[in-house]
Design a protein around this ligand. Sequence first.
Ligand code: MN
Length: 205
Amino acid sequence: MDQLTDASGKYTVAPLPFPYDALEPVIDAKTVELHYNFHHKPAAAAANKAEEALVKARDSGDFALVKHYEKELAFQLSSHILHTIYWSNLSGKGGVPKGDLAKAIAAEFGSYDKFKAHLVAASTTVEASGWGMLGYHAATKKLMVLQCENHQKLTAWGVQPLLLLDVFEHAYYLKYQNRRAEYLNNLFNIINWDNVAERYDASRA
Ligand code: MN
């Protein structure tokens, strides 16, 4: 459901699913504009660059910088993937989860309120830059809340992100400065739960 590449296989960033000001007043238009153009787009370009460098390394047999480019690929491609999901997770709509997703959240976390408190706390306390995540782990049929540092650390293999909360300072600092928890609580007013539910259904299929 996420468009990550063009027809040739190069990483490319899909258009934002809404205008820059669609998330006001929770996220201001300037933050969305800067975030999308100067944080998300360069990640896709850098992931392409890393893959191209690895092609050259294989062709030349010179792997002197292989560690550098593997780290670049993991960081930049993960950034591209997570940002693509983040934009789709947000809309002006808000509300609460419905249907199977609502039932699964209540079963796994005790209640929606306990889930929300857990995800906000986990996201608020991510060390430095990263993400809070609600994910689904198909192999164990569990919903789980995870912290992610940077874009690629502290996941559990096989977890499919359903809902991602970006806690890099670029996501909130213009409006909220140091008040990360306030940004996160407000973010809950603009979550596109239909998108989260679609991802949950797709992960279980
Ligand atoms: Mn970001």
